[in-house]
Ligand binder design. Sequence first.
Ligand SMILES: [Zn+2]
Length: 111
Amino acid sequence: MRRQLAYKTVWYGSILIVLDRGEPTASKCSKCNERNPSSKPSNPRFTCPYCGHDVSRRENSVRSIYQAARRQLTTSVAPGTEETLNALRDGDQPPAGNGSGPPPLTRTPLP
Ligand SMILES: [Zn+2]
């Protein structure tokens, strides 16, 4: 999966951000960033004991993942990694329709 995301990232000229496996996205409050280690995965709601933020567990996780990715992107891109190389290939274009990838993207101007 990660390998596929890596080369498709190059095709589309975007950036692949890989979070650390230990990133506590499910147990961290997306509002105040405090951890709630007693938060049970079986509970569909995430309730923060510090700020009272109450939201669906899934939404809290999505927001935490987004915030962690933004932090990682703004603080540093790991030097020498594949992701760094992807980030530096801004000028690369997706391959032409030769069967090895999707057709090049075209942008349609708004009316
Ligand atoms: Zn909180």
